[in-house]
Ligand binder design. Structure first.
Ligand SMILES: [Zn+2]
Length: 185
């Protein structure tokens, strides 16, 4: 059985239910019905403005944003849904932390709620490096339905993988990589 790469942390009964939806070819339609709204963030400049607006609303005291960009090479799973790097540089004689936020390009065409979810996730990392309780409190402060959105995003990414596999008729897209669970996919 194929591992559900994006749902590895969820209980077996949840995974079984998702497999059932995939087998019945219903997962895509369910997600489309629930997440109808697209967003209009098309490029890095618009993404920066989008992130800045959310930051202004919820995290004004956090350090200023560094670079914000879409990254076509970013593997969502490998980087635990996004990536956040702290680059320390000497500025005026003291170390200043600059935050760079890279968002996987798959979110450019994803529903609006999923872009919001991933940006909330990355913004929360400006204050909390780990996925701990304080981190998720920040996430739900910015997006009250954060946990549902993250789960549904994992369903969406699972659906995209299945669709790609089906379309190409091969196993994934021909690329071979090893997942965190040690499965070669
Ligand atoms: Zn994270």
């Amino acid at each position: 059985m194929e591992p559900l790469n994006y749902l590895g942390g969820y209980p077996p009964d949840v995974q079984a239910r998702v497999r059932e939806l995939i087998a019945q070819d219903r997962l895509g339609a369910l997600l489309t019905a629930k997440y109808r709204d697209a967003h209009t963030v098309r490029n890095d400049g618009q993404l920066y403005a989008y992130v800045q607006a959310l930051k202004d609303r919820h995290m004004r005291k956090a350090p200023p944003l560094g670079k914000v960009l879409f990254d076509g090479k970013l593997q969502v799973l490998k980087h635990a849904l996004g990536t956040h790097t702290t680059i320390s540089r000497v500025q005026g004689g003291r170390l200043k932390a600059s935050r760079e936020i890279r968002i996987a390009s798959v979110f450019r065409d994803a529903p609006a709620d999923f872009l919001k979810m991933i940006v909330v996730h990355e913004l929360a990392h400006m204050k909390e490096a780990e996925h701990n309780k304080a981190f998720y409190q920040l996430c739900t402060h910015m997006a009250p339905d954060y946990h549902q959105l993250e789960f549904d995003l994992r369903l969406y990414l699972t659906h995209m993988d299945v669709a790609r596999r089906t379309a190409s008729g091969t196993h994934l897209d021909g690329a071979s990589h090893t997942t965190a669970q040690g499965f070669t996919t």
